[in-house]
Design a binder for this molecule. Structure first.
Ligand SMILES: C[S@@+](CC[C@H](N)C(=O)[O-])C[C@H]1O[C@@H](n2cnc3c(N)ncnc32)[C@H](O)[C@@H]1O
Length: 205
């Protein structure tokens, strides 16, 4: 994980307090009225706490592939005591097998550009397999559009990401949408968010 602070096992990422409410406003209308939401790449677990608390009609399943993240999610979950927040599961989006076979919606925040492309390939394959017809995949993050950065700050961020890991980087929206389409997921909404980020809502056709 990047830019996190630690208090015992429970990590905090400063970006979460800035983006969680704008994201929640989109999730409130994009997610189904009931069922289980699989969060891929939950990171510190702070989003999971915020969304499970605000959306008590949904069961929230946090996951990550990183052990430290899983411990952080568990620590936040223990402190929050939310009945609809499930215990975190180890899930590597790029793995062929996922530990959960069915979800009514999938959410992945700030993963696509901060992981190798194969993680996005796995995410789309998994979403295509496990979502019901009409089920929603929600992505949040920075994207290029028509091969062009949407802001100088995103271009600088992209360079920084690639220096940290050559397999990371801001992706083309068209490439992500094309990959989604290959797995039966249609991009139905593109919502501009603060700080030059986008919310992308895909629906299983
Ligand atoms: C920048 S953090 C974002 C965390 C959180 N969603 C947020 O917005 O604060 C990226 C997260 O992606 C996770 N990640 C990276 N590759 C992954 C993969 N292949 N499968 C699942 N999670 C992955 C990392 O462990 C990390 O927690």
């Amino acid at each position: 994980m990047t830019n996190t602070r630690q208090t015992s096992e429970a990590l905090t990422a400063p970006s979460v307090s800035r983006n969680r409410d704008p994201i929640l406003a989109v999730l409130r209308r994009a997610l189904p009225p009931s069922g289980t939401v699989l969060e891929v790449a939950s990171g510190t677990g702070e989003h999971a706490i915020h969304f499970a608390s605000a959306l008590p009609h949904l069961a929230w399943q946090p996951t990550d592939r990183d052990e430290q993240a899983l411990r952080s999610i568990a620590a936040h979950r223990a402190a929050a005591g939310l009945p609809n927040l499930l215990a975190p599961l180890a899930l590597d989006a790029s793995a062929a097998e996922w530990p959960i076979k069915r979800a009514d919606a999938i959410v992945a925040i700030n993963m696509v550009h901060i992981s190798p492309w194969r993680a996005t390939e796995g995410l789309m394959a998994g979403a295509g397999q496990m979502l019901p017809i009409g089920g929603v995949l929600y992505l949040y993050g920075a994207y290029k559009e028509s091969g062009v950065h949407t802001a100088p700050s995103n271009e600088a961020f992209d360079l920084d990401l690639k220096q940290r890991n050559p397999e990371w980087g801001i992706r083309d929206l068209e490439a992500v949408a094309g990959l989604a389409r290959d797995h039966g997921l249609e991009l139905i909404e593109r919502i501009p968010m603060p700080a030059n980020n986008l919310s992308l809502v895909f629906r299983r056709a």
